[in-house]
Ligand binder design. Structure first.
Ligand code: GN1
Ligand code: MG
Length: 351
């Protein structure tokens, strides 16, 4: 994508277009993101929304617009949405591209993995704060624009279909991952209790979606509100935990590098508890389930995409989806082993 195209998109927003520096961001498997940098004023984040994944951009943006006022709080500093010159929340170009502009929180940074105890605690605190602020929102007013996004039943069905359609070569390559997925799906499917209340969830609470202040290292907010939909707290909990306690990236090839840092886990749960009571008894009981479910679910989705021929996630090398599934499955197995420990910590801080 050329800079001229980006500048043409920016013309539709109330921001200067001259003398900008356009920096593509490589993070994320779905959208394309660019930092629009100015010499003497704050930067912006421009994103092209992937309309293959987000077929209903209107609904996605409606959820975001509805949620943003809840997230305006003195101790929560998130990006603001910049409306187009026509007053719409995003721009639709003639060729069907959808673009959104947000302010870039100054002096902030995000990290791929947790670097110390303080960061782990801050990650827990900001997750709690996000849910505290969003607890006033009614889940029924938010659209489920990707139905069953974190439903294991649905992801398992999609995996079963992918196995039928996969080439023999891909199936052979993924043999070990497929076997693990089949066994684990069965045991996790018997766990979920439908009486857990729905909340408006973030649904992508990994470390790299938390903004920290560069100076003090305080967590400022959760970014990437693309998957803000009704969901369960244990999913947001498990998704954050898997990246807070494990220093290895999602596509780590050396499975020995995947680990579960107990001290970070405790700091994370303690940080979560610091925002005050938030969770119901059933929600608390489901947290260890969430800790296993989320890495497994992401691994299952990556494996499904590998079997389908890499049609969903943007892969940066041929076997990346398979590597992601193996690494995520390894972490899911570790989270299962750590269940007694996790229960103890949850009891200590949230019980
Ligand atoms: C995708 O593109 P990104 O990184 O925001 C995915 C999430 C996964 C994540 C990483 C809509 O998010 O569910 O957690 O990759 N988002 C969608 O595994 O599928
Ligand atoms: Mg996301």
């Amino acid at each position: 994508m050329g800079n001229e195209e980006i500048k043409a998109v920016l013309q539709n927003f109330p921001v200067p277009v001259d003398h900008i520096v356009i920096k593509p961001l490589s993070q994320g498997y779905i959208n394309r993101s660019f930092v629009i940098a100015y010499k003497d004023s704050p930067d912006f984040l421009l994103q092209q929304i992937n309309t293959k994944v987000f077929a209903d951009v209107e609904a996605l943006m409606a959820n975001m617009v509805r949620a943003l006022p809840h997230l305006k709080a003195p101790n929560y500093t998130g990006p603001e949405l910049v409306y187009t010159k026509n007053g719409t929340s995003y721009l639709q170009t003639r060729n069907g591209g959808c673009w959104r502009l947000m302010t870039y929180v100054p002096d902030s940074a995000s990290y791929l993995y947790c670097k110390d105890l303080k960061t782990a605690g801050e990650a827990g605190r900001i997750l709690g704060l996000f849910h505290n602020l969003m607890s006033k929102a009614r889940p029924t007013e938010y659209l489920e624009f990707i139905p069953g996004f974190h439903s294991l039943e649905l992801r398992k069905r999609q995996f079963d279909l992918a196995r039928e359609e996969a080439t023999p070569a891909r199936k052979r390559k993924a043999k070990k991952a497929i076997a693990y997925a089949q066994n684990t799906a069965e045991s996790l499917l018997s766990w979920q209790d439908v009486s857990v209340p729905l909340r408006v969830c973030h649904n992508d609470t990994k470390m790299s979606n938390i903004l920290f202040s560069k100076k003090e290292g305080k967590a400022l907010c959760l970014v990437d509100l693309d998957t803000l939909m009704p969901g369960y707290f244990h999913c947001d909990f498990g998704d954050a935990l898997r990246t807070v306690v494990n220093p290895a990236p999602e596509d780590e090839k050396n499975l020995d590098k995947i680990s579960f840092n107990r001290a970070y886990c405790e700091a994370f749960v303690s940080g979560l508890s610091s925002v005050g009571p938030l969770l119901s008894r059933q929600e608390i009981e489901h947290l260890p389930f969430g800790a296993q479910l989320m890495p497994f679910l992401h691994g299952l989705r990556a494996l499904t995409d590998f079997l389908m021929g890499d049609v969903y996630y943007q892969v940066s090398y041929p076997d990346q989806n398979l590597d992601r599934s193996l690494s995520l499955f390894r972490f899911a197995a570790l989270a299962k082993e750590e269940t007694p420990y996790l229960k103890e910590v949850i009891q200590k801080y949230l019980g």
